[in-house]
Write a protein of this length. Structure first.
Length: 224
């Protein structure tokens, strides 16, 4: 398709789709172009699921950048940007997330591990059974993230989750007598296998992990 044809097609779609859909479409076009260049010039064949997650992450980052443009002057100085931040030198950051489908009674777990330059070092998805407790699923995602980090031989990690309850339980700031307690006990045992470990609660906009929904449509786990 020629560039003029592509531009005309985008203008036609602009009348049919929302602005958010158009932005996601443009991000998807970019990752397709990126994957094409990787294949042509480096002979690398990238995973389509990871490319889709990359497009969603680019679109999310662009949306947050636009929201920051609204802030200016004193408001910009007073308000700390609500964005994902790089881990310190020598550390890896594990972002985990969970998605649920109540109708099929399934949950999807997503993990993305990045280094102190923001480079994705590993990503993983896993399908699990949904028991009705969202916090339990978030704890399951945290445990899955630590498992991937341990298998990768990482030593200093920061685990980030957008579940405040899970973060507090891992850090022993809260007690629980429910089923989630035993899952968290497993996490606390696993964290002893790392030389340095931190668990943090972050807002959903800071938790750059868009893979959980992909896991819902998978029959097995995938690790890249």
């Amino acid at each position: 398709m020629r560039s003029s044809d592509m531009l005309g097609e985008l203008m036609r779609l602009q009348k049919m789709l929302s602005r958010a859909d158009i932005e996601l479409l443009v991000a998807t076009f970019w990752v397709i172009w990126y994957a094409r260049n990787k294949f042509v010039f480096e002979g690398l064949k990238l995973n389509p699921n990871l490319l889709l997650a990359k497009a969603e992450a680019i679109n999310e980052a662009f949306s947050r950048t636009k929201s920051l443009d609204v802030l200016h002057g004193e408001n910009l100085q007073k308000k700390k940007p609500n964005v994902w931040t790089l881990p310190p030198h020598g550390w890896m950051k594990i972002n985990v997330d969970a998605a649920t489908d109540k109708e099929s009674q399934c949950s999807g777990l997503g993990v993305v591990i990045r280094d102190n330059q923001g480079k994705c070092m590993a990503a993983a998805i896993k399908k699990s059974k949904f028991t009705g407790d969202v916090s339990y699923v978030e704890a399951e995602a945290a445990e899955w993230g630590l498992y991937i980090a341990k298998e990768a031989g990482l030593k200093a990690v920061i685990l980030e989750t957008d579940s405040l309850e899970v973060a507090n339980l891992i850090n022993k700031r809260k007690a629980s007598s429910t089923e989630i307690f035993w899952r968290v006990k497993e996490i606390q045992a696993m964290k002893q296998e790392f030389s340095l470990f931190e668990a943090k609660h972050v807002s959903r906009s800071c938790n750059l992990c868009s893979l959980a929904k992909l896991a819902l449509g998978r029959a097995h786990s995938d690790v890249w």
